[in-house]
Design a protein around this ligand. Sequence first.
Ligand SMILES: [Zn+2]
Length: 75
Amino acid sequence: MYASMTELHELHEMRENIRRGVDALELCWSCQRVSDCEQTVVDDAAPVWLCRECRGKLRAQAQPDPGTLLWPSPC
Ligand SMILES: [Zn+2]
């Protein structure tokens, strides 16, 4: 039993949609470039997709000075 032309067309469309979805996910939210992105949580907000470069920048901003404690130690 083989698939009809309509079914083949639907499968093709489905595959295109998935590819578009994946492309959208890998568009960096910060610099708008498509690259190898990772889901990153910014300021406890919803996770966004950021490329390695923007994640590095974000991390540099998030950590003011090495050795400086953000919160007083509980001990
Ligand atoms: Zn980026």
